[in-house]
Design a protein around this ligand. Structure first.
Ligand code: 4AD
Ligand code: MG
Length: 478
């Protein structure tokens, strides 16, 4: 008899039919005569209740069926008397596939803190919270590919090892085969990268954008979706050293087209989550409520599902950086000196400012445009005022910046001048500048931080809890 997934048993199982289920024991309780096992196989947040007539089974076998153990159950489905599920499985045959010593297994049938589970990251998939998060993460990856596929975008695989610093921010992880203790040196005492594997210095990519532009200026519309690496020493709940980024790049798009796409894209993924992940979302919404029970009412967050529906059903606010600075300088926290970082035209916005705009002022996602050129990357389209560039950041409640993007400077001369001003060596970027030399067109793109988006959709508070194997400063376990 083939195994059925618990998700399908709970959905379609008919009382009276025989099935085989396999999974991991979440809990076991009961009396002298009858045991109830909550069995989960990862296909759904819901457990299948297994009813065990104690007398019909070997005593030691039942003793070894503890939380964490893997078992196989063959039995008959019966209507459930208890509330919560409509069907349960009366065990006829039980096999212990893999035991879990209750004195040693760290995931006990009680509520563990997220910190504890982070320390046991190799086992945290087995909790309701993390299995829900990773099922939603999967669904969102699928929704993203579906969205771009239906729009006729081509999925372009940009390199992970690269010689360029796309963002010019110098936050790269070096990739090298040279002996770190004794690297070959040039005559003037520098590391001689000509002897390195690629014959030059290389790094892990900080963004696939520049390569993406090459694709877009031939294929029309492309997107990347891959791992991205930044050696920024930011130990926050929003930063990872290794994260996943989705970067669409489109020929013939101006900044407005870019904003329209970003808004439609985010809403479409949120809609997909609401249509396909409701059980997991409900579980996480309830979890959040329990978590915030002790807080005063005005500090509790909006219900997770209501929040997703709100973002889906409301237009994002679109304002310029300059307008945002005005709002911030007229705000209560600014006047009461509650902001930690300065708010002056020309300074970069910090997450406290972004979150004030989104959560307190507009109470809605915001797209900020036209940032000062000096705080943005060299490739952004220069505005006529000579001071700002056609940048756009999308800010989300609870997160701050979730998307960064821009219209690109398509004029060769302007781009070269800006690169010179910013000390970006043009001779190493010849391949990039060729896009502006040959058939240059208006084009735009953006990057969505996948984990920041998953934080938003799941309502989780720490970016380490939405990626399976987080990489942060001083932390690269297994
Ligand atoms: O704003 P960023 O740096 O933009 C770029 O890299 C552009 N090349 C994108 C483009 O136009 N194609 O990064 C884009 C997004 C951010 O808005 C944020 O969501 C995410 O990537 N991000 C990070 N997420 C987690 N950890 C980090 N250290 C991140 N750095 C950026
Ligand atoms: Mg950014």
């Amino acid at each position: 008899m083939t195994r059925l997934k618990i998700k399908d048993i709970l959905k379609d199982g008919k009382a009276g039919s025989e099935v085989v289920a396999k999974g991991w024991v979440r809990t076991k309780r009961g009396s002298k005569n009858v045991n109830f096992i909550a069995l989960n196989d990862g296909s759904t947040i819901n457990n299948l209740q297994i009813v065990v007539d104690v007398e019909s089974f070997d005593e030691t076998l039942l003793r070894d069926i503890n939380t964490g153990a893997a078992i196989s159950v063959k039995g008959e489905l019966v209507e459930s008397a208890g509330s919560g599920q409509k069907i349960e499985l009366n065990a006829k045959e039980l096999v212990l596939l893999g035991g879990a010593d209750p004195d040693k297994y760290p995931i006990q049938p009680k509520k563990h803190s997220l910190e504890f589970l982070r320390e046991n990251a190799h086992l945290r998939f087995r909790t309701n919270t993390f299995s829900a998060v990773f099922r939603i993460r999967h669904a969102m990856a699928f929704a993203i590919h579906k969205y771009f596929n239906e729009k006729g975008f081509n999925y372009l695989h940009t390199p992970i090892i690269t010689a360029s610093d796309a963002e010019g921010a110098g936050q790269m992880f070096r990739v090298s085969t040279l002996d770190p203790k004794n690297p070959p040196l040039t005559e003037d005492g520098q590391i001689d990268f000509s002897q390195d594997f690629f014959g030059k210095a290389t790094n892990l990519t900080v963004s696939g954008q520049l390569e993406g532009e090459l694709g877009a200026l031939a294929l029309g519309e492309i997107y990347t979706f891959g791992p991205t690496f930044r050696a920024e020493n930011s130990n926050t709940t929003r930063h990872l050293a290794e994260f996943w980024m989705i970067e669409p790049e489109m020929a013939f798009y101006d900044l407005k087209d870019n904003m329209d796409l970003a808004e439609d894209f985010l809403k479409s993924c949120i809609k997909y989550a609401l249509e396909n992940c409701m059980e997991d979302l409900k579980f996480l919404a309830e979890r959040l409520k329990q978590e915030e029970k002790g807080k005063p009412e005005d500090q509790r967050s909006m219900d997770l599902i209501e929040k997703l529906e709100f973002v889906l059903n409301n237009d994002f606010i679109r304002i310029t950086y300059t307008e945002a600075i005005d709002i911030l300088r007229n705000s209560k926290p600014f006047k009461k000196k509650k902001f930690q970082f300065p708010v002056d035209w020309g300074t970069d916005l910090q997450s406290e400012h972004e979150r004030y705009l989104v959560e307190k002022h507009f109470k809605c996602p915001v797209i900020l445009t036209d940032y000062p050129k000096d705080i943005k990357a060299f490739y952004m389209k220069q505005n006529n005022d000579g001071k700002t560039v056609g940048a756009m950041d999308v800010l989300f409640p609870g997160i701050g910046e979730i998307i960064g993007g821009s219209q690109r400077e398509e004029n060769l001369e302007k781009l070269e001048t800006r690169m010179k001003e910013m000390d970006i060596p043009a001779e190493e970027m010849d391949w990039y500048l060729d896009t502006r030399r040959f058939g240059s067109v208006e084009h735009s793109g953006f990057g969505l931080g996948f984990e920041r988006f998953i934080l938003f959709v799941t309502g989780m508070g720490n970016i380490r809890d939405v990626i399976a194997f987080p990489r942060t400063p001083k932390n690269a376990e297994f």
